[in-house]
Ligand binder design. Structure first.
Ligand code: B1M
Length: 208
């Protein structure tokens, strides 16, 4: 019988083969794909996020868990699409212009995807025009900006201003090592998250 607790545990321990097998087993038994996602894959990633925040897990453990999550998602995605399951929200995510750092951004992507959001990753060195265009095209609920350099932080304000100018109502979340809540307040971002797991909480809070 499908064991979603074991599936969550497979994600937490980063066991890709077990994650794939247990997802397939649950799908074969016609368990609702949303239930498999929420009680298996996302439940596991939620624990991973909490452990990461508490410094019990580090970047490698998160990457391995995300890899296991992807293995399950490969099976689940077509089933979710068939069932017409809605994501929790659409997030356009990128590292701002002039900045090539993407390891943190990729973790944010993995956590948000694991948390049930549709993430459109627009990459690194992304101009304000590109953020505006993607937010429009994707009908984004959230535009999420990462910056790792003190010299590229001001670009976050340019993106936020450009979104406002274009009349885009998406909420904005910013993060990255030099970014702070004070800075978010200063430039008019809707939210700040200090780490990838907190970005999921913040996104959920903003869309609640
Ligand atoms: Co660069 N680099 N780097 N670098 N680099 C730093 C950031 C630096 C602190 C190193 C140092 O001097 N001690 C320094 C910045 C100084 C500053 O501005 N304050 C620096 C510099 C100066 C530079 C160059 C200018 C160096 C040069 O060429 N002279 C250059 C700039 C290139 C450019 O971007 N234009 C440069 C280049 C590079 C590499 C390309 C070599 C490489 C990046 C590879 C890649 O990303 N694919 C690199 C790396 C690896 C680093 C360090 C060593 C590690 C960054 C990292 O990935 N950390 C870094 C020093 C350090 O941090 N120890 C450094 C791990 C990652 C998981 O953490 O990205 O902080 P982080 O993400 C966290 C949170 O910040 C948060 O969640 C993540 C996980 O919880 N977070 C968000 C991130 N984005 C978020 C978005 C959110 C929410 C949370 O919401 C949307």
């Amino acid at each position: 019988m499908a064991d979603l607790k074991a599936l969550a545990d497979a994600i937490i321990s980063g066991d890709r083969d077990a994650a794939r097998e247990l997802t397939q087993q649950a799908a074969d038994e016609n368990v609702d794909p949303e239930k498999i996602l929420n009680e298996g894959l996302t439940a596991g990633m939620d624990v991973v996020g909490k452990k990461f925040k508490a410094n019990e897990f580090y970047v490698p453990e998160v990457l391995i868990a995300a890899r296991a999550m992807h293995a399950g998602m490969e099976i689940l995605e077509p089933l979710l699409a068939e069932a017409g399951a809605e994501p929790k929200g659409i997030v356009v995510l990128g590292t701002v212009k002039g900045d090539l750092h993407d390891i943190g951004k990729n973790l944010v992507n993995m956590m948000l995807s694991g948390g049930g959001f549709k993430v459109v990753d627009v990459g690194i060195d992304v101009s304000e025009e590109k953020f505006v265009e993607s937010a429009k095209n994707e009908n984004a609920d959230i535009v999420a900006l990462s910056a790792l350099l003190t010299t590229t932080m001001p670009q976050m304000k340019n993106v936020i201003d450009a979104l406002k100018e274009a009349g885009i109502e998406a909420q904005t979340i910013i993060g990255g090592a030099p970014v702070t809540q004070d800075y978010a307040d200063e430039i008019g971002a809707d939210g700040y998250a200090p780490d990838a797991a907190s970005a999921v909480d913040k996104a959920a809070e903003l869309l609640a």
